[in-house]
Write a protein that binds this ligand. Structure first.
Ligand SMILES: CC(C)(COP(=O)(O)OP(=O)(O)OC[C@H]1O[C@@H](n2cnc3c(N)ncnc32)[C@H](O)[C@@H]1OP(=O)(O)O)[C@@H](O)C(=O)NCCC(=O)NCCS
Length: 166
């Protein structure tokens, strides 16, 4: 899959171990997120997330992506193709750099992603936000995601499942 299609404004590429320092710097600026979704980020947790897969998925289905403005990493996204079913893509994580937030960049990235995935034949995008995280809920609702009614519980928080049809 040609991930450069995901944005006509930002350079998009798969991230690897050499990018962990940059990803860590982006993540540590987002304290609110980790308040709702603990534990707080570490370089080790990033390395694990880069490899983590949902049930029955292979490494080839996973795109742990960076969006770059010039050389600067401005957003990170964990995208799983074909999960939980063939016609659905799943966003496991999406975060923008705190220094560029509230300027429409996150929405622009999601809008570009949605049109590229639609062109590839994907019918739905699914994701979850931690219940009561006002920033995440506001952002995903504003970007057309609707709660499916499903939730899942971890021992520390509840995840609300939401979906956008493309
Ligand atoms: C959610 C996130 C990706 C949005 O990125 P962004 O580049 O700021 O996106 P936009 O500028 O397009 O939209 C931000 C919206 O969130 C709103 N917002 C920001 N902080 C908020 C808060 N604490 N409570 C409620 N809404 C908030 C902004 O007002 C804006 O909405 P508006 O245009 O209606 O005013 C970014 O805030 C982030 O990375 N947060 C931490 C990680 C996270 O929560 N990711 C999503 C869950 S996986």
């Amino acid at each position: 899959m040609d991930v450069s299609r995901f944005s006509n404004r930002y350079r998009v590429r798969r991230l690897g171990e050499n990018d962990i320092e940059k990803i860590y710097a982006l993540c540590v600026g987002n304290e609110l997120y980790y308040k709702f979704c603990p534990p707080f980020v570490t370089r080790q947790s990033i390395a694990e997330d880069m490899k983590a897969l949902p049930p029955k998925k292979q490494a080839a289905d996973k795109y742990y992506l960076g969006f770059f403005d010039g050389e600067e990493l401005i957003a990170v996204m964990d995208l799983i193709m074909g999960f939980p079913d063939e016609k659905t893509a799943f966003i496991g994580f999406f975060m923008t750099d705190a220094s560029v937030q509230n300027a429409g960049i996150g929405s622009r990235i999601i809008s570009g992603l949605c049109s590229a995935l639609r062109d590839m034949g994907v019918a739905h995008i699914r994701l979850g936000w931690v219940k009561s995280n006002p920033q995440a809920e506001h952002f995903w609702r504003k970007n057309g995601f609707r709660m499916t009614g499903a939730t899942s519980n971890t021992d520390r928080y509840t995840v609300v499942v939401a979906q956008r049809d493309l």
